[in-house]
Design a protein around this ligand. Sequence first.
Ligand SMILES: Nc1ncnc2c1ncn2[C@@H]1O[C@H](COP(=O)(O)OP(=O)(O)O)[C@@H](O)[C@H]1O
Ligand SMILES: [Mg+2]
Length: 220
Amino acid sequence: MINFHGVAKEYENQTAVRDITFSIEKGEMVFLTGPSGSGKTTLLRLIYLAERPDSGSIAIAGQDVSELKESGIPLVRRHIGVVFQDFRLLDNRNVFENIALALRIRGAAEREIKSRVFDALKTVNLRHKADSWPRKLSGGEQQRIVIARAMVSDPTVLLADEPTGNLDPDTAESVVRTFKDIHAKGTTIVIATHNRDLYRNSGKRVLRLEAGMLISQEVC
Ligand SMILES: Nc1ncnc2c1ncn2[C@@H]1O[C@H](COP(=O)(O)OP(=O)(O)O)[C@@H](O)[C@H]1O
Ligand SMILES: [Mg+2]
C-alpha cells in the first residue's frame, strides 16, 4: 500500500530523513516513533505528498508518486485521511459541518453528505454530538471528531501525527481504541507518536526513526 525506497528529504541544507526504505501492507496498522526531530512528521508529509522527496521513490497503492505533477496530487490525497496537528476543527461550525466540509467543497449531494457524516460519526462513537460546537467537547472528543472528519471520504489510508499529544492517558486510550476500530474494518493506519504507551504490547509493527534514519522495524 505504501512503499518507500531510498527516500531522502532536506529542508534548506538540513537533512530531515535519509535513505528510508520500508513497506506497509494494505490493512496494516503501523506506528512510527523516535525522538523529537527524528523525521516522523516529515515521513507522514511525504506520504501525503505535502513534501516531495529529494531522492528515492515513493509508491502509494501501486502508483509511483515520487514525480507526480502537482495536478495529480488531489486525486491521490482523496484516498488518504489525515489527523495532523495543524489541521484543527473550525470553531464557527458545528461538528456536522466540520466533518461535511470536504464533501461540500467537492460538491457532493446533500443526501450523500448526511449519510457519510453520520457514518463517520458512528465510527468514532459520537453520533449524538452532530449538533455540538467543537469548543463544547472534551479534548478526546474533539480528537475523535478530527478522526471522523478524516474518515468521511472513506480513505484507504489514515495518517495520524501525534494524535494523543495533548491528552491525558485515559483519554488517549479512547482515541487509540477508535483507531483500532477503524483498523479492524480494513483501513491502513500509520500513527506517528513518541508515546510508548500507544504501541506497547500492541502486536503492531513499530518503525523507529533516529536522526532521520530508520533504525528498526519490530513488532511490539
Ligand atoms: N519546514 C521545515 N524547515 C526546516 N527544517 C525542518 C522543517 N520541518 C522539519 N524540519 C527539520 O527536519 C527534522 C525532522 O523534523 P520532523 O519531521 O518534524 O521530526 P519529528 O516529527 O520526528 O519531530 C528536524 O531536524 C526539523 O528541525
Ligand atoms: Mg512531528
